[in-house]
Design a binder for this molecule. Structure first.
Ligand SMILES: Cc1cc2nc3c(=O)[nH]c(=O)nc-3n(C[C@H](O)[C@H](O)[C@H](O)COP(=O)(O)OP(=O)(O)OC[C@H]3O[C@@H](n4cnc5c(N)ncnc54)[C@H](O)[C@@H]3O)c2cc1C
Length: 408
């Protein structure tokens, strides 16, 4: 006969202890709730994920009281942005010139971010089970999780389950939601590089015919690079044996010599750009956050900021009322609204980043004229600074952003 599972009870059980899960667990524990977090990994490794946090995401961290945790773990502020055309740098722009109160962009190695937030959750009083894998959810009024650990089976009974188990979320299935995969437009590749000789306080971005390179320094010559290219191009660079070609492609868009000694400090991987999202965000006392709720096109780099925005929304709704049956739909309504702005906006912009040919050139030229006429683009030109709240991504906004409402 198998040993009966140990049962733990808590106010909140969080499935997944990465960025969204650890942040949620920490702030809910800090608010006085009893929280258990279950994470299947023993150590976090480089999976080629998000390492840049836009100013609007840093503002969410500040609102959550987590900014010091992330900054002292080594987040590198990037107050400047520099664009390159045919290797020639533009004048750098500065976030402060938009608004002196704005935090800057931050860059941080993803496993360092995950570890810092998980350790902070532990210090905040969260009970952490890891390595441990949630294998089953019984969705009753007080939901119950079945967990497999190295020491045997554990069962957790909680008033609320937070599904923060990422893009391939099982919690999404447990609540009976459908996963929607948007059409793939291009691929997003990434590799961490050492010996990069570009300014360490600047986000560097360069367009080339058919793609874009984004480079986020992390200090001491280390930088995360992302390469946005169409599928056939990505197919030629996939795999460890193509690292040198990947680096050469990145080197070719920056000033001569900037990446001449650069070498890989982690894996090279490519991912489809498309959003993957859930058509519902809660059922009973189970709710989804972060990529489990909806993973935005990584080309925009909003995923981490979205995690922090979700945590803030969920925390505020839960602490606002003792009636959690009302808090969860209220969270879901807000999440659907701000996420759909990001999803729609990225669909407008993606052909501008990567499109090739005369039609794509004409679209880019129209968008550039629109930005000159209205640098805020009706608020969408400030999305990285202030985030999606308060924006409506309707047809009029699309025409304004793309310059289709300009005369001539
Ligand atoms: C190529 C690429 C580049 C990106 N670049 C950026 C960027 O520059 N800036 C940005 O903001 N975002 C970026 N993103 C997006 C960002 O990385 C994600 O949005 C973010 O990491 C999602 O975090 P999460 O905590 O929701 O999910 P995850 O990090 O996927 O965490 C899910 C966790 O749940 C655990 N888990 C899963 N199932 C179970 C289970 N059954 N039991 C226990 N544990 C479980 C997993 O081990 C994992 O730790 C990028 C993404 C990609 C793919």
């Amino acid at each position: 006969m198998s040993k009966p599972a140990t049962t733990i009870t808590a106010d909140v059980a969080v499935v997944g202890g990465s960025v969204a899960g650890s942040s949620a667990a920490a702030v809910l524990a800090a608010a006085g709730l009893e929280v258990v977090l279950i994470e299947r990994e023993t150590h976090f490794r480089d999976r080629v994920r998000g390492e840049s946090i836009h100013p609007w995401g840093v503002s969410q961290l500040q609102a959550l009281g987590l900014a010091d945790v992330v900054r002292s773990a080594g987040a590198q502020p990037l107050p400047f942005t520099r664009a390159y055309t045919q290797r020639v740098p533009s004048e750098p722009s500065n976030w402060e010139s938009i608004d002196p109160r704005l935090p800057s962009e931050w860059a941080i190695y993803h496993p360092t971010l995950q570890t810092a937030l998980l350790e902070h959750a532990q210090r905040s009083g969260v009970r952490i089970l890891h390595p441990a894998r949630v294998t089953h959810l019984q969705r009753e009024r007080a939901p119950q999780l079945e967990i497999s650990t190295e020491q045997g089976r554990v069962s957790v009974q909680a008033r609320l389950v937070v599904g923060a188990d990422g893009r391939h979320s099982a919690a999404r299935r447990w609540i009976g939601a459908n996963t929607i995969h948007d059409p793939v437009h291009h691929q997003v590749g990434g590799c961490l590089l050492d010996e990069v000789e570009l300014a360490d306080d600047t986000f560097h971005v360069a367009n080339f015919e058919g793609g874009q390179v984004l480079l986020f320094p992390q200090g001491n010559g280390r930088a995360r690079t992302y390469l946005l290219v169409l599928e056939p191009f990505a197919d030629r660079l996939r795999g460890r044996q193509h690292v040198a070609e990947y680096i050469a492609q990145c080197a070719g868009v920056f000033p001569v010599g900037a990446l001449q000694n650069a070498r890989a400090a982690g894996p090279l991987a490519f991912f489809p750009n498309a959003d993957v999202w859930s058509d519902r965000l809660h059922a009973g006392r189970v709710v989804l956050i972060g990529d489990a709720a909806g993973a935005n096109d990584p080309s925009g780099g909003h995923g981490l900021s979205l995690c922090f925005r979700d945590v803030r929304e969920l925390r505020d709704q839960l602490l606002n009322t003792s009636d959690w049956d009302r808090a969860l739909p209220a969270y879901a309504k807000q999440r659907m609204a701000y996420y759909s702005v990001l999803r729609t906006y990225m669909q407008w912009m993606v052909p501008l980043y990567i499109g090739v040919g005369p039609e794509a050139d004409a679209r880019r030229a129209r968008n550039a004229r629109a930005s000159q006429a209205d640098p805020t683009l009706g608020g969408f030109g400030r999305l990285l600074a202030y985030g999606p709240d308060g924006l409506t991504a309707d047809e009029a906004a699309r025409r304004h952003v793309l310059g289709e409402d300009l005369d001539g």
